[in-house]
Design a binder for this molecule. Structure first.
Ligand code: SF4
Length: 696
């Protein structure tokens, strides 16, 4: 007999409600959108409907695997835990606790206990060597939120349903559905702004395909200058909103900084006419209400932290901050994490690899290679991550990881990083574990919490991250914060849920596990969150970012006109490196990652559709095939990341369609990242493209 289970998809931040049909023998038969979900209301995408393929994929890990001289061999949990624990203790005895590091990958964001389980595991050994995927996609936002509001997780979101004008930087909601702005059917929601007479503007180097609003195509990695110019022009032509401006201390220092970036000066660097920049500025200032959103296209550039801060300033000095139709706080059902490092200069660490400010207590991933090479890190535990394909470094990173005394991955698959590991441990998936949608709390247009129970028993010997790390810690004789007997989900979240009259127990009793939360009434945020209700117009933490931005602006003014910058291109058939083994997605268009190039740039280099090319820079080189794409502006090429599985025998479909690792072209090492936020540069990267000799 088939049983229906209501749960939610945990592949992306939309968190769509889904209904899963499970047969009596535990087979996931069918997944469909949950039309009765009170928020997502039947919205879902193609990827979420394929989670059953991953659950039953014969290539999934069902037992621990150990590297042997003859490849990987299945082992018992007891052997795995004993060997790993002995090696951890030996490494700590010789090199100290910080030589044991942890890396938390993106899918752990959608698994409420996985990240905390790994972070606590290394902390209980006395290690602070934590790395997260945040420094590949969003640490700039975390850093500014820590500086402004004392928590990486507090963000004011665009009031999409009430705004008259929405400006979106570096986001493609049709494909990615959104980040730090959780709403189902984002295109429908944005279309509604136009239907009520409002305006929608996207800022992106590529003419993305929203079919709503207008796309302004700027040069990659120049958003910060556009924002600065918009602010300068608003001040000069309209004047700042007096109430908003009164909330900024050191306003004149801010004005002085902005004065370097008039529309006229900035125009050639951002690649837009000065008149258009002024128009963008004034339409934001003049709209009855205006909201602004920024995403990975800016985050992954070089000045994401400063850009995110200027985004807050734009909202504030146009009278839209914490106002209906502007940018507003959303209610959280769970506690925001406190900031481990403040916004002052003394929060920076002086290290052998330069000075930087850890964000969310984490180190820059761009330094991982150097830290391993220099002997500071000897063991790495990776939970739900694939750093080999998602960080800069390419072969050098693979070599560094291979040189570790101990590499352990905990994942659904033996992925490209797992192929280098000593131990590969099998994790449970969404249908096999209990969960809470902690990942979108505070970022939801309609705030709610959703609990989901396990709907099938784990296949084989798959275990949760809590169970996995506890068992190793027990063997090693290390303390355990949340033993298996403790309800970790409730222990972490019941306090905050109690503020809403909820608890894990009460959510578990609901048939759908969902509780809607009261929306936050805007208007008091600054008074609640800032001393005296003021923000600093010249934050000490950002002085370094400003200096770097001024230097990089000078460099950008002198860039050769025919240079190429590489941006990342998301598709509807991939999510980072996570879905690479799903055969049906390969058939739908995720079989390769070509180099997208504008017709003008292709003509200039005598390249045509299908030409085999080498894409290279000082960091590395990859080979791909040109695909002409007239949605790109001149001087911009694009590739999709997450590919590069030629050696990933643990994921045979991925290996059959390997593509290339575009992040092999990304900068790494000291000086390559934003020291304010730890963000790596993974977009807007200078490259050269040359045709490969024809193969005979
Ligand atoms: S948009 Fe697609 S991938 Fe994202 S949560 Fe919804 S169904 Fe899952």
């Amino acid at each position: 007999m088939t049983k229906q289970h209501r749960t939610y998809c945990r592949l992306c931040e939309a968190g769509c409600g889904i209904v899963v049909d499970v047969s009596s023998d535990g087979t996931v038969e069918k997944i469909r959108p949950d039309n009765d979900h009170p928020v997502t209301k039947g919205f879902a995408c193609n990827k979420g409907m394929l989670c059953g393929e991953i659950h039953h994929d014969p290539s999934r890990l069902n037992a621990p695997q150990r590297r042997t001289a003859n490849g990987f061999a299945t082992a018992s949990w007891d052997d795995a835990n004993t060997d790993i624990a002995e090696r951890v203790n030996a490494i700590i005895a010789e090199h100290g606790p910080n030589s044991i590091a942890g890396y938390i990958g993106n899918p752990a964001a959608f698994n409420a206990t996985a990240g905390p389980a790994l972070a606590l595991f290394i902390a209980m050994f006395g290690s602070t060597s934590l790395f997260t995927t945040g420094s590949q996609d969003c640490s700039n936002k975390f850093a500014i939120a820590e500086m402004l509001w004392g928590s990486s997780q507090i963000h004011l979101i665009a009031d999409v349903d009430r705004t008259d004008h929405m400006l979106l930087f570096g986001t493609n909601p049709r494909v990615s559905k959104g980040s730090f702005l959780a709403m189902p059917d984002p295109i429908g929601r944005l279309g509604a702004i136009e239907q009520r007479g409002g305006t929608v503007r996207f800022i992106d180097p590529r003419c993305i395909e929203p079919n709503v609003g207008e796309v302004i195509q700027l040069k990659p990695d120049t958003d910060v200058y556009l924002l600065a110019a918009m602010l300068h022009e608003i001040d000069a032509r309209r004047g700042f909103d007096k109430t908003g401006a009164a909330r900024i201390a050191e306003l004149n220092t801010l004005r002085e900084f902005l004065s370097q970036f008039s529309a006229e000066v900035v125009a050639p660097v951002v690649g837009l006419d000065a008149e258009l920049i002024v128009q963008l500025a004034l339409e934001f200032a003049d709209a009855p209400t205006a909201s602004v959103h920024m995403s990975t296209g800016v985050n992954m550039g070089r000045q994401g932290a400063l850009a995110y801060w200027l985004m807050h300033v734009l909202s504030l000095v146009t009278g839209n901050f914490d106002q209906p139709g502007g940018n507003i706080p959303s209610t959280r059902g769970t506690d925001p994490a406190p900031a481990a490092a403040g916004g002052e200069l003394d929060a920076f660490l002086d290290t052998p690899w330069g000075s930087y400010r850890p964000t969310v207590s984490s180190h820059p991933c761009a330094l991982l290679i150097d830290m391993i090479r220099d002997g500071a890190i000897k063991a790495l535990f990776v939970a739900a991550g694939n750093p080999v394909l998602t960080m800069g470094g390419g072969l050098e990173l693979a070599e560094a990881l291979s040189s570790l005394d101990l590499l352990v991955t905990v994942d659904l698959y033996r992925n490209a990083t797992g192929e280098l590991a000593d131990w590969v441990l099998p994790a449970t998936d969404w249908f096999e574990r209990e969960d809470l949608n902690t990942f979108v709390q505070g970022n939801q247009v309609t705030p709610y919490v959703q609990w989901a129970g396990a709907i099938v028993p784990p296949i084989g010997e798959r275990r949760t991250e809590q169970q996995i790390f506890n068992a190793i810690a027990e063997k090693a004789g290390a303390p355990i914060m949340f033993p298996d007997s403790v309800d970790m989900l409730a222990a972490i979240n019941d306090g905050a849920l109690g503020n809403h009259g909820l608890s894990l127990a009460s959510l578990r009793e609901r048939t759908d596990g969902i509780a809607l939360l009261e929306p936050t009434v805007p208007g008091t945020f600054l008074d609640r969150m800032r001393p005296g209700g003021m923000i600093d117009g010249d934050p000490p933490m950002l002085r370094i970012a400003k200096e770097r931005t001024i230097e990089q602006f000078a460099e950008a003014r002198n860039e050769p006109t025919d240079s190429l910058k590489l941006i990342t291109r998301r598709t509807s058939h991939t999510i980072n490196s996570a879905l690479q083994n799903v055969e049906k997605l390969k058939a739908k268009g995720a079989a390769s990652n070509p180099l997208y190039m504008s017709p003008i740039d292709a003509d200039r280099r005598s390249l045509t559709d299908g030409t085999n090319v080498r894409i290279a820079n000082r960091w590395g080189s990859v080979e791909s095939t040109v695909k002409i794409d007239d949605t790109l502006r001149e001087g911009v090429v694009a590739m999709t990341h997450g590919f590069g599985n030629a050696n990933t025998s643990g994921m045979p479909h991925a290996q059959k369609f390997p593509g290339v690792n575009v992040n092999a072209l990304a900068p790494f090492g000291p000086g390559s990242f934003d020291p304010v936020s730890t963000m790596s540069q993974l977009t807007g990267i200078p490259v050269e493209v040359t045709a490969l000799p024809e193969r005979r």
